[in-house]
Design a binder for this molecule. Structure first.
Ligand code: SF4
Ligand code: SF4
Length: 169
């Protein structure tokens, strides 16, 4: 985003750009780990472009990023291969209502470098903190649109982590 246009229009344009790239990614072929790395790079690139126009940017502190932690009071959406990774990481049995990987003392993500795809594209594009846990429809719609394409690389979408039900094992 160059900062000159309407934020909503820029968000729409960046969302469309991400969709095109994610749809194209599985067609590039190659080893799966390369596709996963590409997918995360695309998500991070999207984040860098959207972030300056998001409420997340306003909440940033000079050294540690957003420290409100509101969006991490959740079970983050994961795909099958992400669950496999998260299953191997140390975590508490519960975390006071936060995601199991949220560092409550620092109020930051404890697994930032390997956080799930959904977390990487999660930005509050509204003007209210109320949306941190319930982001603008556009953000949810973006994830929903991308889901079936991301599944081609990361495996089936399992919902929030840790999953409930038969997949939980
Ligand atoms: S969505 Fe809200 S809580 Fe999450 S990083 Fe952005 S401003 Fe912070
Ligand atoms: S994985 Fe990290 S960014 Fe995602 S919800 Fe958990 S603490 Fe937040």
């Amino acid at each position: 985003m160059n900062g000159d246009g309407c934020p909503a229009e820029e968000f729409r344009r960046e969302s469309e750009r991400l969709k095109r790239r994610v749809i194209h990614a599985p067609r590039l072929g190659g080893e799966r780990w390369r596709q996963v790395a590409l997918l995360y790079r695309l998500a991070d690139s999207y984040g860098r472009r959207v972030f300056p126009r998001s409420l997340c940017h306003e909440k940033v502190s000079a050294f540690s990023g957003c420290v409100t932690g509101e969006c991490c009071r959740c079970r983050p959406d994961v795909f099958a291969s992400e669950k496999e990774l998260l299953d191997r990481l140390p975590k508490p049995p519960d975390n006071a209502g936060y995601c199991l990987f949220f560092n409550i003392a620092k109020k930051t993500c404890g697994i930032y470098g390997v956080r799930p795809f959904a977390c990487r594209i999660y930005y509050n594009m509204a003007s209210s903190r109320l949306y941190c846990q319930n982001p603008a429809d556009a953000t949810l719609q973006l994830f929903d649109t991308l889901k079936r394409h991301v599944e081609k690389i990361l495996g089936p979408h399992l919902g929030g982590y840790p999953p409930h039900g038969p997949e939980a094992g």
